[in-house]
Write a new protein. Structure first.
Length: 135
């Protein structure tokens, strides 16, 4: 199991489109069995964009760190297990109508996805060992 991206992989991720980064996130988060975001003792950072509350997420510490460096005042990278994210955090986000920004990179927005849609995709992956995105 790969626990961190290589420098070449980080460069490749930065060149990916938003949908490709979503596929990348899903694959790597399942492999690493953890999810990273920016936060503090009170939880993950919420961001506002176009009237939506968002939480940025990454499959690796290194990718979260790259985004922390770009925002001096940003909270520190924090991880949670994939299981905790799926069983507890995503259902809470669904209830609170908080969306996710998947693998944003400096100067590039991530793939926006509702917590409901991400939950459904992860549920399918975890149950079947594979996933499909429509569109």
């Amino acid at each position: 199991m790969q626990n961190r991206p290589t420098k070449i992989e980080i460069t490749q991720v930065a060149a990916m489109g938003a949908n490709e980064r979503l596929h990348y996130f899903l694959t790597r988060a399942i492999e690493a069995e953890e999810i990273w975001s920016l936060g503090n003792a009170n939880g993950w950072e919420l961001q506002q964009r176009d009237g939506r509350e968002l939480v940025p997420i990454w499959p690796y510490l290194e990718l979260a760190r790259i985004n922390k460096i770009q925002k001096i005042s940003a909270p520190s990278p924090q991880a949670t297990s994939l299981d905790h994210f799926f069983q507890n955090i995503l259902p809470s986000m669904i209830e609170q109508k908080i969306d996710l920004e998947v693998v944003c990179m400096p100067g590039m927005a991530g793939r926006l996805i509702t917590a409901t849609d991400l939950y459904a995709i992860l549920e399918g992956m975890l149950e079947a060992g594979e996933y499909y995105l429509e569109g």
